[in-house]
Design a protein around this ligand. Structure first.
Ligand SMILES: [Zn+2]
Length: 326
């Protein structure tokens, strides 16, 4: 308790960084990210865009040590789970390739390490890897209509659920047109506008069940059964890899057969979200000041309207920038 108070006092003394992201890296515009990725992709063939998160990986249960390197307050286990993340991504690539996919874009999607978790040297050589931070639209960077299917591996369940390390970006709740979307659902929303379906999601049993409820009967792989937010009964990584490979092949075949449809929501999109209760008022004040954001009841809930899903993704990015700093 005393340690917590000391930390709080220290945090309050630290000057807050409100520099806009463009001052750090020049490109905040999502169209620019698309324009850079598109020429790297072959126009023909079947492209899978794979988002790699970590909370839903086989055997992963503890954010503080397994998903952060020691230099960011984590532990040496992070190295082991980087390996697992890369192996699960390679497993879906192998399965998708077997079913005719020809191109793979991997977007490192775990923010705790500022999106630098996938091991480049161990990754399937056919993949293009997007890593680092900041990057436009966080988990859907560069996503474009040339992509044929989106997969998300290592995903976690939505904020407020009983899933392992359940959360959703910086929110306690996030809806579009009244529909609850978890992080997989948000990727499906952005892809859906481009005609790209989210075809596969893997993570704990809460994540797989809720994502099927949100998006319909997509392919899912359950890596573990959650028993609390930091415990579960897990399946062996080797078994999970085999299931991921089979499910990825099925996902590609179903997309090619027209059996998995993109998520369609009607415009303009009415977005409502509440910031996490755990954030101090400084973060919430920064979000309140963002362009287009309106108060929506309480002191940390907001509304936002847009006719572009990518613009909504950009809003997420602007919020992530406030809560995640390099
Ligand atoms: Zn994550």
């Amino acid at each position: 308790m005393i340690a917590a108070l000391l930390l709080l006092a220290l945090a309050q003394q630290q000057p807050r960084d409100s520099t806009p992201p463009e001052a750090y890296y020049g490109v905040t515009e999502w169209r620019a990210a698309r324009a850079k990725l598109e020429p790297l992709m072959e126009a023909r063939g079947f492209t899978v865009y794979i988002i790699g998160d970590m909370e839903g990986l086989a055997a992963a249960v503890r954010n503080a040590t397994e998903m952060r390197p020691p230099e960011r307050g984590g532990g040496p286990d992070h190295a082991r789970f980087r390996l697992e993340l890369t192996d699960e991504i390679n497993a879906v690539i192998a399965g998708a390739r077997e079913a005719g996919a020809t191109q793979f874009v991997v977007n490192d999607g775990h923010g705790g390490t500022l999106f630098r978790n996938t091991l480049p040297d161990r990754l399937d050589p056919d993949a293009i890897l997007i890593r680092g931070y900041p990057k436009p639209i966080v988990m859907s960077t560069g996503l474009n209509p040339g992509v044929d299917a989106i997969f998300i591996v290592g995903a976690h369940a939505n904020a407020g659920t009983a899933g392992i390390i359940s959360h959703s970006f910086a929110f306690d709740s996030f809806t579009v047109n009244g529909r609850v979307l978890n992080e997989a659902g948000i990727a499906a929303f952005i892809g859906g506008e481009m005609g790209v379906p989210l075809a596969l999601a893997s993570g704990d049993h809460v994540l797989t069940a809720e994502t099927r409820e949100m998006l319909g009967p997509i392919e899912t792989v359950t890596t573990k059964i959650a028993m609390s937010r930091s415990a579960g009964a897990g399946f062996a990584p080797a078994r999970v890899h085999a299931e991921l490979k089979t499910a990825a092949a099925r996902a590609v075949r179903r997309v090619r057969a027209g059996a998995l449809q993109p998520l369609h929501l009607s415009r303009p999109y009415q977005v409502r979200f509440c910031m996490r209760r755990s954030y101090d008022p400084w973060f919430v004040g920064q979000v309140r000041a963002l362009r287009g954001v309106r108060p929506d009841g309480g002191d940390r809930c907001f509304a936002y309207a847009s006719s572009s899903a990518e613009d909504v993704g950009d809003l997420l990015n602007r919020i992530e920038w406030i809560v995640l700093k390099p």
